[in-house]
Design a protein around this ligand. Structure first.
Ligand code: SAM
Ligand code: SF4
Length: 322
């Protein structure tokens, strides 16, 4: 369905847990007050939300977290959502550290794609950013996914003083492999607040100085606002998600749901509408659908990341799902 600004909303990001096996400095370095287990939606409840969302025009679902692969049975949930009529694609975003364990299961569940978050190819820098020495595990998972033919993208967030120069190594992954390496600008949410956002235009300029003119890649690689380019001689592409320096709210197509069943119209604002009570009151499917509809209609025109005093969201990114 369309929201009140005529944007077609067809994409929903669903956080299935707020737990995570990493402690990324810009996301949740010290952990958080975990949502009590009984507050977290069951797989059956998540499936019901997807069924009702599909009736409103949601076609693409992204499972996220926290780290979605720390929740037991994540691949079963992929299968459950894939069986929902009118849902076209179910994808997953993961930090990749346990990915190689689950990649075959995910393939069997017919997952439509995986985004792996990886900010550096330097082992020590990886440890500094995430708190753990697990970079090799992520790379093993990536190789396996690639060999199994699962469409895979890499998401990289650059941080001044930590991995600002990692763009150079990261794009090299796309040289021999048909993978999209995407740069996401740091957003002032949770621990990202107060960290300078390196502009994607700057990264694009750096790449053009190194490789020559980047040609727009018009293939559709995902559900969202990334803009893609081909680097001369590379198999894969480079993508830019420029939430700060290239505000794309006019084309926003998404809503989000937290692990506790709160529907978020926009990442920037704390406003959310809960579906949990309706889900747990038997026979309240119509109410669930009405709440989803309300959340879509209450999507604001734009975020206000450029004026931090206007941001009302206080949750960490791991509590929202990114
Ligand atoms: N654990 C999974 C992962 O890391 O992919 C899924 C959840 S994580 C919150 C989703 C994405 O949000 C990751 O790619 C992470 O790099 C990104 N992220 C976290 N905090 C951010 C921030 N302040 N600005 C931009 N991206 C952020
Ligand atoms: Fe965990 Fe992902 Fe947040 Fe890192 S970015 S702490 S992996 S949820």
């Amino acid at each position: 369905m369309k929201d009140s600004y005529e944007r077609e909303i067809d994409y929903m990001r669903i956080s299935i847990t707020d737990r995570c096996n990493l402690r990324c400095t810009y996301c949740m370095p010290e952990g958080i007050d975990w949502i009590p287990m009984e507050e977290i939606l069951t797989f059956e409840e998540i499936q019901t939300v997807c069924e009702e969302a599909a009736k409103l025009g949601i076609r693409n679902i992204k499972l996220t977290g926290g780290e979605p692969l720390v929740r037991k049975g994540c691949a079963d949930l992929v299968k459950m959502i894939k069986s929902v009529p009118k849902i076209a694609k179910v994808t997953l975003t993961t930090n990749g550290v346990e990915f190689s364990k689950y990649v075959e299961e995910l393939k069997r569940a017919e997952v439509d794609g995986i985004n792996v978050s990886l900010d550096t190819l330097d082992r020590e820098c990886f440890r500094k950013i995430t708190g753990f020495d697990r970079m090799e595990d992520v790379l093993t998972g990536l190789e396996k996914a690639y060999d199994l033919g699962i469409p895979t993208k890499i998401n990289t967030v650059l941080k001044p003083g930590l991995n600002a120069a990692a763009w150079k190594d990261m794009v090299e992954i796309a040289k021999e492999k048909a993978i999209a390496v995407r740069f996401i600008e740091m957003m002032p949410i949770g621990n990202g607040s107060g960290i300078a956002s390196i502009s994607n235009e700057e990264i694009r300029g750096n790449l053009e100085r190194l490789y020559g003119t980047l040609e727009p890649d018009l293939n559709r690689h995902g559900n969202g606002p990334a803009v893609y380019y081909k680097i001369p001689g590379f198999c894969g592409s480079v993508g830019f998600i420029s939430a700060i320096h290239g505000k794309f709210c006019g084309n926003c197509n998404r809503i989000r749901m937290t692990a506790a069943g709160e529907i978020k119209p926009c990442l920037c604002y704390s406003e959310c509408l809960s579906v949990k009570e309706a889900l747990r009151a038997n026979g309240e499917r119509t109410t669930v659908r009405k709440i989803l509809e309300q959340a879509i209609l209450r999507k604001p025109k734009a975020h206000c990341f450029e004026e931090e005093q206007g941001i009302t969201e206080r949750k960490k990114m791991a509590q929202i799902g990114g």
